[in-house]
Ligand binder design. Structure first.
Ligand SMILES: [Zn+2]
Length: 389
């Protein structure tokens, strides 16, 4: 008991480093949970942890849910003899397992190309490029193939490939290297395991009890892509929002602000879109929405983009703050589309973007982002309200 009291006093005395220590602790606690893919258990565990942090600061938290369809590859590959070649199911592909001879289709998979070989009941192998994936798949199906493998035409995995429609054929994308292991007439086993499901996303909204018409909204997405721990994208922005709440907690700013952690960003800005749709009156009343995405690694120096007046205000309030042209696909977009002035804080795309190596973010850079945001918020709130926006 005594010891805890002493610690609290010391904490208050070294407030600056205390905040940094909080960010560092939260970073390691949330990263431990693994990738925060929307709809996953780790995503939910991270949310429970973050809600607890907001509540400990005296905020009320509210959950807002939404759902959207998503295609998931549950692990697909092709076996050739003893070798297993990894691949990615193309979105819209049917699931299934086929053991049959491989047929190398000449060209790029036009109906004429398929006319020059016999793929009936077999696994067709075709090169990526020139015509859409869906056309290749439909032509393979029309020619009687039992499965289709699309070989990449550039280095690396064929990730995120989509048919854009449902095709009743297992379709796997593989690397160029895997493609060279596939030989004419050789027996292969194509296994495509997919699920077309509905994802339930959950936004967390934190505010001081009684605040219903905020002037500022600070937001960032807390979900990440599969296979990436998402330290910079976007635990950094998430913790910037939490740190803003922490530093605003006992100041007038808290009574004028909402703090929102969006879910489902990586699958297409689903959380922010749903928030804007479900809170039209609140959003219509905002003087500004600040979005934080990838602010923990300096790929570039900190920069802001968005509403021209806000960018100018932010740069006047922060010496050396860079700006970039409006745009960028993140959670500010649905707010901009709804007519809210937005400001997007961002430090560029680092080399570990959406990769397993996205496991480091710098608490000091996150803290410096929060400093810049606080100075900007101050400037926004002390400016005269825009006349009848
Ligand atoms: Zn992001």
């Amino acid at each position: 008991m005594r010891q805890m009291k002493l610690r609290a006093v010391l904490g208050a005395l070294v407030l600056g480093s205390w905040a940094g220590a909080n960010i560092e602790t939260d970073l390691s606690n949330v990263l431990k949970l693994g990738p925060r893919v929307a709809g996953s258990a780790a995503n939910e565990s991270a949310r429970v942890y973050l809600e607890g942090r907001f509540r400990a600061l005296g905020y009320t938290t509210r959950r807002e849910t939404f759902s959207y369809p998503r295609f998931d590859d549950l692990g697909s590959d092709v076996r050739v003899g003893e070798r297993t070649l990894a691949g990615q199911a193309l979105q819209g592909s049917a699931g299934g397992s086929v053991s049959a001879a491989a047929v190398l289709v000449p060209g790029v998979g036009t109906p004429e190309d398929f006319g020059r070989v016999d793929v009936r009941g077999r696994v067709a192998v075709v090169r990526r490029g020139q015509i859409p994936f869906a056309q290749k798949a439909r032509n393979a199906l029309g020619a009687g193939a039992a499965g289709l493998i699309v070989v990449n035409n550039v280095a690396g995995e064929l990730r995120g490939g989509t048919l854009g429609e449902r095709v009743e054929l297992p379709v796997l994308g593989v690397t160029q290297e895997a493609g060279t292991a596939l030989r004419e007439g050789e027996r292969v086993t194509l296994s495509v395991r997919v699920r077309q499901g509905e994802v339930r996303g959950v936004n967390v909204v934190a505010f001081k009890t009684g605040v219903t018409r905020p002037e500022l909204l600070f937001g960032g997405h807390m979900d990440s892509v599969a296979g990436a721990p998402g330290a910079n994208d976007n635990l950094s922005g998430t913790l910037a929002v939490l740190d803003l709440a922490r530093r605003a907690a006992n100041t007038p700013l808290a009574a004028r602000s909402f703090f929102v952690l969006f879910d489902g960003e990586e699958d297409g800005l689903h959380g922010s879109r749903s928030f804007v749709k479900d809170n039209a009156a609140l959003v219509g009343n905002l003087r500004a929405m600040f979005n934080f995405d990838m602010v923990g690694v300096n790929a570039d120096p900190l920069a802001v983009g968005g509403d021209g007046d806000l960018v100018a205000l932010a740069r006047r309030a922060n010496a050396g703050l860079e700006s970039f042209p409006a745009g960028g696909g993140s959670d500010h977009v649905p707010f901009t589309q709804a007519g809210t002035p937005t400001l997007f804080f961002h430090r560029g795309i680092d080399p570990n973007y959406h990769q397993p190596g996205d496991r480091v973010a710098d608490p000091a850079l996150i803290g410096a982002t929060v400093d810049a945001a606080l100075r900007t918020a101050d400037a926004v709130l002390s400016a005269a309200p825009a006349a009848a926006r």
